[in-house]
Design a binder for this molecule. Structure first.
Ligand code: KIV
Length: 282
């Protein structure tokens, strides 16, 4: 089944959970598509997972377009949402529409995601008016890491929790078709999910959301360092890759690889002719 804005919203009405994963390249996109995941997010988390930055702030529009286009080639039925990077929409409504348009025209995104609540509603309205679906992102918004003072759970006291609820209502009213709730208490996320008509996608927001999203390297155990509380390793692919790289290194150095079966053949007669030809030429 082809996933669209309409089918994702229908899933909320049917009570059928939405699965979403980040994705940044063609090979992984093919695997995610085959697995039947509903939507992929080309997250600006690619700055950390693919480019090695310590946060998402340096990510550019060119980075996002490059990775979004690569992922789009591997997808058919999976819905493709691309992140708007830092300063691609905060600066003006014009920038927001132009840059959202670039992600669709040049990256082949089907929707864009931007961070913030009431403060970015003008941008959401304008992008939606250009017929580009917008997924909002509230709670912990990593592009505001310097303002938040780190990656911290949001909405723990009554005033901050009310602020998250107000942001959720504001982005829905502005026309967002879906909203990501990042690192908010589970009961707050469930409450927001109940009162909104649009689907909520949680990351560190508990089981009450309409769907879940995870960074794929996190859920595959590809990072050995930090493991946030909400991350579950669905496989230990990092360990499998490390072992395979080490075995390759050993076999290349010992001469065990490549073996006979990995080698292209040429007949002895042809090699004799090559040698004779070379002898004459020398
Ligand atoms: O950039 C990203 O990967 C995200 C998800 C963590 C929601 O925004």
């Amino acid at each position: 089944m082809k996933n669209t804005v309409t089918t994702l919203q229908q899933q909320k009405r049917d009570g059928s959970k939405i699965s979403m994963l980040t994705c940044y390249d063609y090979t992984t996109a093919c695997l995610v598509e085959k697995a039947g995941v509903n939507a992929v997010l080309i997250g600006d988390s690619l700055g950390m997972t693919m480019l090695g930055y310590s946060d998402t702030l340096p990510v550019t529009m060119e980075d996002m377009i490059h990775h979004t286009r690569a992922v789009s080639h591997g997808l058919h039925d999976t819905f493709l949402v691309a992140d708007m990077p830092f300063l691609s929409y905060q600066t003006s409504v014009y920038d927001a529409v132009m840059n959202a348009g670039r992600l669709v025209k040049e990256g082949h995104a089907q929707a864009v995601k931007l961070e913030g609540g009431a403060s970015v509603c003008e941008q959401i309205r304008a992008i939606v008016k250009a017929d580009i679906p917008v997924c909002a992102h509230i709670g912990l918004t990593p592009q505001s890491i310097n303002a938040f003072g780190g990656f911290k759970v949001q909405g723990k006291d009554a005033a901050r929790a009310r602020q998250v609820v107000e942001d959720a209502l504001a982005v829905q009213e502005a026309g967002a078709f879906m909203v990501v709730l990042e690192c908010v208490p589970a009961a707050l996320a469930s409450y927001i999910t109940e009162i909104l008509d649009i689907p909520t996608i949680g990351i560190g927001a508990g089981a009450g959301c309409d769907g879940q999203v995870l960074v794929y390297q996190d859920m595959l155990g590809m990072f050995s360092g930090m493991k946030p509380k909400f991350v579950k390793h669905f496989a230990e692919i990092g360990e499998i890759m490390r072992n395979a790289f080490a075995t390759y290194d050993e076999e290349v150095k010992s001469g065990a690889y490549p073996a006979e079966e990995h080698t292209f053949k040429i007949s002895d007669e042809v090699m004799d002719e090559v040698r004779k030809g070379m002898d004459k030429a020398c």
